[in-house]
Design a binder for this molecule. Structure first.
Ligand code: 8OZ
Length: 362
């Protein structure tokens, strides 16, 4: 009998050949002037097309949304045309691919922002973490609080990115609402001290996320829109005074959009799955009416169990997909996995990117 993990699944309008998802993975190999992907990206994603779904690396929706060197964009026609080479290659292999729409908010540095401007955020509060610049790791810069006009422009940037994503041949988009970036900064009290309609009570802190989802789903349909959240992750210096309270409001509020899926980082991003007293992923999952994608530290056994039990519909694997282009075949066969080379995770060329061997070549 084939485990459910390896059987097809349809999330919204996206029909997948199995329930194994390639998680979004920042690799810093785009053109730093144009924010375009190139030939190397085509090969990298093509190699991984046996995943049920690929979620691209986080991709900025505007120059202001960029926070690291060499991350790709989806805000110009040329960027969309470059991404079209990737989506064509993945589709030719029978795969599906969505682009992760990203605005870093305060997780940026003046040297990466247009005209050396300060990054933008809900409030003028520095994250106190590092980002990757041309000089190596540097402390993130003190941000400026977004004006109401700038918030409206940012929502339109998400809308335009979703439109460009369709032109680029993507099967949909994933809105990045996790890991201490802009939307998570608005959601959580540690980064949002606004006193207008976008700060204070949770209905206000969640407003930007809801307005972004309204714009994106209006543009391309809820059934082609996914969302990633990380309610309990301290990633990028984020924290919330009452995460269960915040997400008990946010998650049911998503149901009206008819999303393709909700993707949750179940713990500390890329780290511990342990939650504090009173915190519950299961409770939050129960408040969402659509497909549920689990993520964070899954291995074969955990993934099979999660899908078999109905706790999850899809399971996203991150680092294992960096080192194993044929992760699906390896999991199916119960084969050994390649080890990841941490030195080539961020930046560089083909080494550690497109040269990990598949099983038949290993
Ligand atoms: C690692 C390095 C840079 C960015 C995330 C987009 O955590 C990222 C990211 C991860 O969501």
């Amino acid at each position: 009998m084939t485990e459910k993990l390896f059987q097809p699944f349809t999330a919204g309008a996206i029909e997948m050949q199995n329930r194994i998802v390639m998680a979004p993975l920042t690799r810093n190999r785009a053109d730093d002037e144009t924010d375009e992907v190139g030939e190397m990206h085509v090969e990298y994603y093509r190699q991984r097309a046996s995943a049920g779904l690929i979620i691209t690396e986080a991709t900025q929706i505007s120059p202001r949304g960029k926070g690291y060197i060499q991350t790709p964009g989806i805000y110009t026609e040329a960027q969309a045309a470059a991404w079209k080479q990737v989506t064509d290659a993945v589709h030719a292999e029978g795969g599906r691919i969505v682009v992760q729409l990203w605005h870093v908010g305060r997780i940026s540095h003046v040297s990466i922002q247009p005209e050396g401007l300060p990054p933008v955020a809900p409030s003028a509060l520095a994250a106190g973490v590092k980002t990757f610049t041309h000089k190596g790791f540097e402390e993130t810069s003190m941000p400026l609080a977004l004006t109401l006009d700038q918030i409206a422009e940012t929502i339109e940037d998400y809308r335009r990115a979703a439109k460009l994503a369709m032109e680029a041949g993507f099967d949909g988009v994933e809105v990045h609402g996790a890991n201490g970036y802009l939307l998570d900064q608005f959601l959580k009290t540690g980064a949002n001290t606004r006193t207008d309609d976008y700060g204070g009570p949770v209905e206000n802190r969640a407003r930007l996320l809801m307005e972004v989802l309204e714009a994106v789903t209006d543009e391309i349909g809820g059934d082609r829109t996914g969302l990633r959240l990380s309610p309990f992750s301290p990633a990028n210096g984020i924290d919330d005074a009452d995460p269960m309270g915040t997400f008990r409001y946010v998650v049911p509020g998503l149901n009206r959009f008819g999303l393709a899926y909700l993707h949750m980082v179940e713990g500390a991003t890329g780290g511990s799955r342990e939650l504090a007293e009173g915190q519950s992923i299961a409770e939050l999952r129960g408040l969402f009416q659509g497909a549920y994608m689990a993520n964070n530290g899954y291995d074969r056994e955990m993934a099979v169990e999660a899908v078999e039990s109905g706790r999850a519909d899809l399971v996203a694997f991150g680092r294992p997909f960096i080192a194993n282009p044929d992760l699906v075949a390896r999991l199916k066969a119960g084969a050994a996995l390649n080890e990841i080379d941490r030195d080539t995770m961020y930046g560089g060329g083909a080494k550690g990117y497109t040269d990990y061997p598949a099983l038949d070549a290993a």
